[in-house]
Design a protein around this ligand. Structure first.
Ligand SMILES: O=C(O)C(=O)C[C@]1(C(=O)O)C=C[C@@H](O)C=C1
Length: 327
């Protein structure tokens, strides 16, 4: 049997890799394809017919939104990328609805325990007396280790360098060591083992229990509107993501949409926004996640109300709330 392919932010040893293994633990059925950026994860899923899934970080319990991911969702929403035809949009029952070419099928939570490491054993032994040239990590990490950088590492390194992932940070640190440059990297303990780095300090994130939430996307069966995974949708504890732009700019336009949830006693679990700029600045796309109850009359009533109050909107699939959400 041919294995299904899963794109994730690599190289191996990233937190995204860990999330991918959690989502697809049976390695006999899945091949994992490391790609070098979060946008590439989406591109692989949208345009490479061999890729069935991609897994991307969405938010962190300390420093919030992973804006790269929110912006990718927005860009798909905005441009209808992935070959979505106008015909499909026009044939939809709802005049303002967009049908995205990809759908969310799951979520994963990964505990983030950052380690400070170097690729050079000797300098690791005398860490306190050393000064370093470069400190490498993924940009999302800086906001998770602010106190540590201030208190313990202040003045100990010259340059803070953004990398595409925490594993890439370790590879760069290793290259520096080979060239006699003293450098540090921040990433996971698993990554440090895969990349032969020596851990100097463990658990350096400001908030203990710091967690990143990942979403798993799959290619959508484009003949169907929501719910795609009908059997899953009938289970308890489901969540769905709605993205939308408001009908008008005036007072109450967002509240008009949110009132739909209150009216139908639907519990919203998150709300976020990003700039969308369709016809100028200061326009926003909103992202609302809510508890999806298949018993609600939502297909007919709720979706019609959303359609009447949103300029454009899309549903991104129904997925089961992971138990780790409650930990
Ligand atoms: O660089 C990694 O290891 C990633 O998987 C990316 C990422 C992110 O973008 O949020 C994942 C988890 C951590 O919050 C830090 C970095």
């Amino acid at each position: 049997m041919q294995k299904e392919q899963v794109a994730f932010l690599g190289p191996k040893g990233t937190y995204s890799h860990q999330a991918a293994l959690q989502q697809f633990p049976d390695e006999s059925k899945y091949d994992f394809k490391p790609v070098s950026t979060i946008p590439e994860c989406f591109e692989n899923l949208l345009y490479d017919s061999k890729i069935s899934y991609c897994i991307v970080p969405l938010e962190n319990s300390t420093n919030g939104q992973v804006v790269f991911t929110y912006d990718l969702i927005r860009d798909v929403f905005k441009s209808g990328r992935g070959g979505e035809s106008n015909e499909l949009l026009a044939s939809s029952k709802y005049k303002n609805r967009k049908i995205p070419p990809i759908t969310i099928v799951g979520e994963q939570y990964v505990k983030i325990e950052h380690c400070l490491m170097t690729a050079n054993k000797e300098i690791a032994a005398e860490h306190d007396s050393n000064e370093y040239v470069n400190l490498y990590s993924h940009p999302q990490v800086w906001g998770q280790v602010t106190e540590y950088l201030q208190e313990k590492l202040k003045g100990k390194f010259l340059n803070r360098i953004d990398c595409k992932s925490t594993s890439e940070a370790m590879i760069k640190c290793k290259e520096d060591a080979e060239n006699g440059i003293k450098s540090l990297a921040i990433g996971s303990i698993t990554g440090s083992k895969i990349n032969n780095c020596v851990v100097i300090d463990q658990g350096i994130n400001d908030q203990k229990g710091n967690t990143t939430r990942f979403l798993t996307f799959s290619k959508k069966n484009r003949n169907m509107e929501i719910p795609v995974n009908v059997e899953d949708a009938e289970k308890e504890g489901n969540i769905t993501l709605l993205t939308f732009t408001t009908l008008r700019d005036g007072p109450g336009s967002l509240v008009d949409v949110l009132n739909i949830f209150q009216k139908h006693n639907i519990n919203m679990t998150s709300i976020s926004s990003r700039p969308i700029g369709v016809s100028g600045n200061w326009q926003y796309i909103f992202y609302v996640e809510y508890e999806y109850d298949h018993k609600l009359p939502w297909k007919e009533e709720i979706l019609s109300e959303i359609d009447a109050r949103c300029l454009t909107w899309a549903m991104w699939g129904v997925f089961q709330r992971n138990n780790d959400y409650y930990n």
